[in-house]
Design a protein around this ligand. Structure first.
Ligand code: MLT
Length: 311
């Protein structure tokens, strides 16, 4: 029978297009995940799910906009591990990820790859580490701002090597990748959703993946562990609404997210890009809230030890 839960507002929701804010430039890893989901959710919801890219400040600008958006279910946020690092990186963050959002569900956890411009001198991970230690600030490292996954991975890499590189911020890893392919920038640690096709096309040189095991999508790329670098990171992604959104709307969005994550096209495209959707049990508000809380604590300790802050 018809689900009688929820208020009149929720009945018939959505009655107009739904905006999903991606807090990084178009063409990057976060945008890639969002557009794959938006396609299926549009069909499921019967309304257009529109991706809006709001770059800046490592993802905190876009996240902050959704934190203060109307909680009517028509403005959502698709963000990643940066939701858990920003509270420590930004000592005056204008929003509280744990209080200003209504979690909808986890989406996927994406491995990262250490890649460089294709004519960069080092060829193996061991050579790359030696090269960075020997050349320090003469090596340029691209990232998508303090609060991005690429910045977090770079911070961990420089910490592991006890060496500072020259870091160059972008509004997203999409434009950063353009400059690496163009040879203007030496390297980046970026998600497989953005690097897999470039690696296969020979447009960038790959040194390692940050996953526990090698990826089916990139079987020839060793893990950081194989190369003696203790740097494992999975960029988990979640979908959020502003706090106070009607629970019946959250439930409708949770179901639509689960439909999208069970979609064959999404599953096979994720697999080509080195990742896979979370289970239906993880695509839930509780699972996302728990991941956000535990990751925030985990990264607080790591970031404070590294002493890297945005403000
Ligand atoms: C990052 O955190 O590096 C972002 O994912 C970059 C992006 O999505 O453009």
């Amino acid at each position: 029978g018809l689900a009688l839960s929820g208020t009149a507002l929720a009945q018939g929701y959505p009655t107009k297009p739904v905006t999903v804010v991606v807090p990084f430039s178009a063409g990057g890893p976060t945008d890639t995940v969002a557009r794959l989901l938006a396609e299926v959710m549009s069909q499921d919801l019967g309304q257009q799910v529109v991706v809006q890219n709001v770059g800046g400040a490592g993802g905190t600008l876009g996240a902050g906009q959704v934190a203060t958006a109307p909680n009517d279910g028509y403005t959502l946020l698709l963000h990643h591990i940066g939701m858990s690092t920003a509270p420590t990186l930004y000592r005056s963050l204008p929003y509280d990820p744990a209080k200003d959002f209504a979690p909808i569900g986890l989406i996927t956890s994406v491995p990262m790859t250490l890649v460089a411009r294709k004519d960069f001198e080092p060829t193996t991970l061991a050579e790359l580490m030696d090269y960075i230690k020997a050349n320090g600030e003469n090596v340029t490292y691209a990232h998508a701002g303090i609060g991005s996954a690429s910045q977090l991975c770079g911070m961990l890499l420089m910490d592991a090597l006890d060496t500072q590189m020259t870091t160059v911020p972008y509004q997203g890893a999409g434009p950063a990748m353009t400059d690496i392919i163009g040879g203007q920038i030496d390297m980046i640690c970026d998600q497989t959703t953005n690097t897999t096709s470039q690696i296969k096309a020979g447009e960038v040189k790959a040194y390692a993946v940050t996953s526990q095991n090698r990826l089916d999508a990139l079987p020839d790329v060793p893990t950081t562990k194989e190369g003696g670098l203790g740097l494992e990171i999975g960029v988990w992604h979640g979908l959020y609404a502003p706090a106070g959104t009607d629970p019946a709307i959250i439930e409708r969005l949770e179901k639509s997210l689960q439909v999208a994550l069970a979609n064959e096209t999404v599953i096979s495209r994720f697999a080509e890009l080195g990742t896979y959707p979370v289970t239906a049990e993880e695509a839930t508000p509780d699972a996302l809230a728990q991941t956000l809380a535990s990751q925030t604590e985990l990264w607080r300790a790591v970031i404070e030890a590294a002493g890297v802050y945005a403000d």
